[in-house]
Design a protein around this ligand. Structure first.
Ligand SMILES: Cc1ncc(C[n+]2csc(CCOP(=O)(O)OP(=O)(O)O)c2C)c(N)n1
Length: 569
């Protein structure tokens, strides 16, 4: 059974049980439920209420159940989104309210692998639910729902909350003839594919050089692969070791912004787009840290014809042993031997293409009529000297596309553990307070609104030096870049896609900031943005840049085309 059919059976079971109200928070793993709910609402079977913040959504469902004296449901995507439901579930437990939690999850084969936004969800609510069922992908959910709904109504004790965890396998959108894949910019915390591996390391550059010398005299048993077409992938938290390693061996470095390795002569700008052209020639990949950002990198690491190694000097919390395909290498000696020195011309070819891609991006963006996330990402990276915190969704991916290797902020942070859009303002405030270092946070508007409460500072509390740059496109821009933005999907489900994924709003961010006593400035041009970003960060402030979500998909397609034209196909 495909995911959409499974979701349709879920909504049928809800309707059959007399549930008339479902609160939904946006996400991509939960997309099958969103489409099935839209169809059910169209048939007049139930009402959907959209809430951006899952905690708010769960309490809203609790209230609906209380007010109507019958069960109500709340639907979320995977990851921290599910955890946000806990307070309402606890209340429902102690007040005996039939709150039905429907959480979307990755299929079993992706759990424990480090796949993005994936955690162990079954059993998350512990003693607070009357029943917790985990529905495997491809399985008929009806019997599971029947059991859970009966318990919610008090079949074997008091009524109360229940948790139905539903694993969905791709595709997550209804099959529509003529529908194509995603736009290719390939985000994934709203999206679908596995991420990869993480490690932070304390090995120094000197140790690499020493180890390398040793390697030349005493090759590791696996043999020396000098001349191989190897790339170094630096995922989240890779650390500077990845940059030193790549530079030392003359290998191209594909470094995510929060790797803190995006510097030095091996960095390849706009690598995400270049992988299309150079990807097929790659023979080996060495992974530092945990790549979670792009489908081209995930696709590279999924290729069985590429020999892959993950540097793992110590156990990591984000994946379970035996669940990943890469060879695990714990010593630099062995890693150097595995990677080998770059083939003649290999790095320079990448570097040339990277430079052309960066130039093409700049040229193209100068001509784009509307200020976009890419302009903002470029300006933010170039103008941030101290800490930079990147919100999930497009902001971190925009920086991944735009950031050059010849400049680096002091430290780049991002919540990539589960890539939630929750808690970003608070996280950045904590980072700023920790060492008193001025900190800039770049987020989308939904991410901002999700943690607007993070702007509240009690009287007399120490104020962080924190500037929040909000790219306000009145909703979740990332979804339009995914399958949900396909013309065929839009033709059939257009208004539902906008309502359930785009989640438009007209919140007044200036008034909101003012309400919390935080100065706010609206930015309209690149020059204004550069000028504002050049000012020192002192106390708290909000810079809002408005942009157009509807234009995003086409703009990304144009940008990609411009880059591919510049590097030659
Ligand atoms: C807590 C949580 N809820 C939901 C999601 C799913 N999700 C990923 S991106 C996104 C939209 C974010 O919108 P915004 O912050 O405006 O950034 P944009 O997509 O416009 O770049 C959502 C809802 C998530 N990652 N975390």
């Amino acid at each position: 059974m495909d995911s959409i059919e499974s979701a349709r059976r879920v909504t049928a079971a809800l309707a059959a049980a007399g549930i008339t109200d479902v609160v939904l928070a946006p996400g991509s793993r939960s997309a099958p439920l969103a489409y099935a709910l839209a169809e059910a609402e169209e048939r007049g079977e139930l009402r959907i209420h959209v809430r951006i913040d899952e905690r708010v959504g769960a309490f809203t469902a609790l209230g609906l159940a209380l007010g109507a004296q019958r069960p109500a449901a709340v639907v979320t995507t995977s990851g921290t989104a599910v955890g946000e439901l806990l307070p309402a579930v606890m209340e429902a437990n102690h007040a005996a309210v039939p709150l039905v939690v429907l959480s979307a999850d990755r299929p079993e084969e992706l759990r424990g692998t480090g796949a993005n936004q994936t955690t162990r969800q079954p059993g998350l609510f512990g003693v607070h639910v009357r029943a917790a069922v985990d529905v495997p992908a491809g399985t008929d959910p009806a019997p599971y729902l029947a059991r859970a709904l009966a318990e919610a109504r008090g079949a074997s004790g008091p009524a109360g909350p229940v948790h139905v965890n539903l694993a969905f396998r791709d595709p997550l959108v209804p099959r529509i003839d003529g529908a194509a894949g995603s736009a290719g910019a390939a985000p994934n915390e709203a999206g679908t594919e596995p991420g990869s591996a993480t490690t932070t390391s304390t090995v120094t550059a000197a140790e690499i050089t020493t180890a390398s010398t040793r390697t030349t005299t005493t090759p590791a048993p696996s043999g020396d692969h000098n001349g191989a077409r190897t790339v170094v992938v630096a995922g989240h938290s890779a650390g500077e070791l990845a940059a030193v390693f790549a530079q030392h061996l003359g290998l191209p470095l594909l470094a995510e912004p929060s790797s803190n390795a995006r510097f030095g002569s091996s960095v390849i700008g706009a690598y995400r787009l270049l992988l299309e052209r150079f990807g097929p020639r790659i023979e080996r990949a060495v992974v530092f840290g945990r790549p979670t950002l792009s489908r081209p990198v995930a696709a590279l690491l999924a290729r069985t014809d590429v020999e892959r190694a993950l540097y793992l000097p110590e156990p990591q919390a984000w994946f379970e042993e035996g669940r990943r395909p890469e060879r695990l290498i714990s010593t630099i000696d062995e890693l150097l031997s595995f990677a080998g020195r770059g083939a003649d011309g290999w790095l320079s070819e990448w570097r040339k293409a990277g430079a052309r891609a960066e130039a093409a991006l700049q040229l193209h963006l100068a001509d784009e009529p509307v200020l976009s996330g890419l302009h903002v990402a470029d300006a933010v990276w170039e103008n941030t000297t101290d800490n930079l915190v990147l919100g999930s969704s497009n902001p971190i991916r925009d920086v991944d596309l735009m950031a050059t290797g010849d400049w680096h902020p002091l430290e780049v942070y991002a919540n990539r553990g589960l890539a939630g859009i929750d808690g970003s303002i608070s996280t950045a405030a904590g980072i700023a307070l920790a060492a008193g270092i001025p900190t800039r946070l770049l987020v989308g508007d939904l991410t901002f609104l999700h943690d607007a409460g993070g702007l509240l500072l009690g009287t007399g509390e120490e104020e962080p030096d924190l500037q929040v740059v909000v790219l306000n496109d009145s909703g979740g821009g990332i979804f339009g870049l995914l399958e949900h933005g396909n013309p065929a999907t839009l033709e059939r489900y257009g208004s539902a896609v906008e309502r359930l994924f785009g989640t438009p709003h007209s919140a007044n961010l200036a008034a909101l900031a003012e309400g919390y006593g935080v100065p706010h400035r609206l930015i309209s041009t690149v020059d204004e943005l550069d000028a504002a970003l050049e000012e020192p960060i002192s106390g708290r402030s909000v810079l809002e840049v408005r942009t157009d979500r509807a234009a995003l998909r086409a703009m990304h397609a144009r940008v990609k085309q411009a880059v591919l034209d510049a590097v030659g196909r």
